[in-house]
Design a protein around this ligand. Structure first.
Ligand SMILES: NC(=O)C1=CN([C@@H]2O[C@H](COP(=O)(O)OP(=O)(O)OC[C@H]3O[C@@H](n4cnc5c(N)ncnc54)[C@H](OP(=O)(O)O)[C@@H]3O)[C@@H](O)[C@H]2O)C=CC1
Ligand SMILES: CC(C)=CCC[C@@H](C)[C@H]1CC[C@H]2C3=C(CC[C@]12C)[C@@]1(C)CCC(=O)[C@@H](C)[C@@H]1CC3
Length: 333
């Protein structure tokens, strides 16, 4: 194993924001060894081929992981441990949103009120979602976005901790994370009529805080980011691509008021890449690092203070830990 060069693992690194982060990291950190942790072999291989074309000497590998399936996460951990003795950056980016429609009534009602900026930055109240339960009896959005990543981090702890080099855990959270959609009595957000994505991203913010309390003294730092609104498979799942292309000029205008209208993945990945160039101990664990792009097209990183509570963070961590133990018993003993 080569211990000298830096290693970055990216979940969902084959598409959208994750793929752009992969490309930008290879440019920013020459010699970086990259691991695309993806659920689909063919799509992962296509991404690897594209990256290898622009970075012919780069060392890129694939690990198959479906974060909505805990058995798959355990298998991926075994593989990653065989490949790397230390991880410098782990991007917990894979994510889904199970949208079935837009609440256009709410959209028109809010458009001419002072809440319109909140609506365009967070999407709060605008999206109708549906629930799905996985074969392991877990809520799918919660498992894909949060719990699968929790298990990944927990099982990889020994490779994240290194006596000499820090490790950065970088989450792709969202401004859609809203406290009113989250409950410690129902962390999976089961049997709710909407807000599954919001609840999962609020959990992400809490979990990141809890990880800092536990791991900072071991040289592991966790931070949350928001890429803003970016056109990817996720957003094309909400409304078709022709619609987004049609309203592109509106987005440009909206940037005057809403600098998170990033539209493309390069703009959206700004905060995620910026974090990899910072000293992790100098960063604020109570901030969300948000990719901004102004009207003139200038990219920058904005820091949003997190409105979350350490006690809630610890309670969520304990619940995730208890849930993980059940799967550990099932698959690892
Ligand atoms: N687009 C936006 O406006 C915003 C996105 N985000 C967040 O950014 C992250 C990346 O999303 P984005 O790039 O937009 O969307 P994409 O759909 O383009 O990318 C999502 C990535 O996650 C992967 N993925 C999905 N489910 C799983 C799973 N179960 N196991 C492993 N990988 C999985 C996808 O794989 P596959 O290609 O196989 O489907 C894909 O690589 C998400 O966490 C999302 O919530 C946050 C704020 C705004
Ligand atoms: C612009 C017009 C005329 C219509 C589009 C309205 C909504 C579909 C759109 C407005 C704000 C968007 C938004 C998201 C999804 C699509 C919107 C609701 C997100 C929720 C997507 C995922 C995220 O994580 C958020 C950061 C986005 C916030 C803004």
């Amino acid at each position: 194993m080569d211990n000298s060069s830096k290693v970055a693992v990216i979940t969902g690194g084959n598409a959208g924001i994750g793929l752009t982060v992969a490309e930008r990291l290879l440019t920013e950190h020459p010699g970086l060894r990259l691991c695309l942790a993806c659920r689909n072999k063919t799509r992962a291989q296509a991404a690897l081929d594209a990256l290898q074309l622009s970075h012919p000497t780069a060392h890129i590998s694939i690990v198959i992981v479906d974060t909505s399936n805990i058995k798959s996460v355990y298998n991926a951990v075994t593989e990653i441990k065989q490949m790397y003795s230390h991880i410098d950056y782990i991007y917990l980016n894979a994510g889904i949103m199970q949208v079935v429609g837009v609440d256009w009534n709410y959209f028109w009602k809010t458009l001419f009120t002072k809440n319109f900026i909140h609506m365009f930055t967070t999407g709060d109240g605008l999206l109708k979602e549906q629930e799905e339960i996985t074969e392991e009896n877990l809520e799918k959005v919660f498992t894909t976005n949060v719990f699968g990543h929790f298990v990944l981090i927990k099982e990889l702890e020994s490779v994240l901790i290194n006596g000499t080099r820090p490790c950065q855990i970088i989450w792709t959270s969202s401004s859609n994370a809203q406290k009113h959609h989250f409950s410690l009595d129902n962390i999976q957000h089961r049997n709710e009529r909407g807000g599954h994505y919001s609840s999962s991203k609020y959990s992400t913010d809490l979990l990141s805080l809890a990880l800092n309390e536990r791991l900072n003294n071991k040289g592991v730092y966790s931070h949350v980011t928001c890429p803003g609104l970016v056109m990817t498979n996720l957003t094309f799942g909400i409304l078709p691509s022709w619609f987004w292309n049609l309203i592109l000029p509106i987005f440009w205008l909206l940037r005057i008021f809403v600098p998170t209208m990033n539209y493309d993945t390069y703009n959206g990945s700004e905060a995620l890449v910026w974090l990899s160039k910072q000293k992790p101990e100098s960063l604020d664990p109570m901030c969300k690092y948000v990719s901004h792009c102004n009207f003139m097209g200038k990219r920058y990183v904005h820091q949003d203070k997190l409105k979350i509570d350490q006690e809630d963070a610890n309670q969520l961590y304990d619940q995730l830990n208890t849930l993980e133990k059940k799967f550990h018993q099932k698959y690892k003993s």
